[in-house]
Unconditional design. Structure first.
Length: 155
């Protein structure tokens, strides 16, 4: 069983399915959860450096808020959760993080968002880039749409 499960997180509100899955799995197997948020720098143009820095700082602030919320969610479930924010290329940073922390025994990614192929493209590219290079299993968690139950009015 893994000592630690790594979840690659972004700041979308819908991207917490993989985290919830990781927490439930960690709870069952007695593992900790490590959440990695990678703030990718924009294409560098010297005349846009101030804008680029502002955008990066905003993304980092969003990640800090998200990670604080996820740490609290883990505590509520009795699972140790640690969060890390790094800057760089997404696939390279994930691989670097796993290489540096030998206790990671599994990586979990959010899978394709139903009906949102543009948002899912980045994650499918990440999956393709890291799946063969990881020294541990890679799991994708695809959120399922919540079924709508019809209510039948009583007579």
């Amino acid at each position: 069983m893994p000592e630690k499960i790594l979840v690659v997180q972004d700041s979308r509100p819908t991207s917490h399915h993989a985290f919830r899955y990781a927490v439930q799995l960690a709870k069952r197997v007695g593992a900790a959860v490590s959440v990695l948020a990678v703030a990718e720098p924009a294409v560098e143009h010297t005349y846009w450096l101030a804008v680029q820095q502002t955008m990066f700082e905003e993304k980092e602030r969003q990640f800090r808020e998200t990670l604080a919320m996820l740490v609290n969610m883990g505590k509520e479930e009795g699972v140790e959760v640690e969060g890390h924010i790094v800057s760089g290329n997404l696939d390279k940073e994930v691989l670097r993080y796993v290489e540096a922390d030998k206790s990671i025994g599994m990586v979990i990614l959010e899978g394709q968002q139903p009906g949102k192929p543009k948002e899912s493209w980045l994650w499918s590219q990440l999956f393709e880039a890291i799946r063969d290079a990881l020294p541990c299993p890679l799991i994708t968690v695809t959120p399922r749409p919540v079924p709508v139950l019809a209510t039948i009015p009583s007579k």
